[in-house]
Write a protein that binds this ligand. Structure first.
Ligand SMILES: [Zn+2]
Length: 54
């Protein structure tokens, strides 16, 4: 744990940055996630899926 909340530090529309390891080697998995304000991404750096709020 690094004291970061992965749900709050993503606000712009550059490449999605992994909230776990900070890598931008990420891939959007679906056009939209479970709700219209989220998208699902997958990090190739640490192989973790994460949600990005838009
Ligand atoms: Zn990562």
């Amino acid at each position: 744990m690094r004291g970061l909340d992965p749900s709050v530090d993503v606000a712009d529309d550059g490449p999605a940055e992994c909230p776990y390891c900070g890598s931008t080697e990420t891939e959007r998995e679906h056009p939209k996630g479970p709700s219209l304000c989220r998208s699902m991404h997958f990090c190739h750096g640490c192989e973790q899926p994460f949600e990005r709020f838009e």
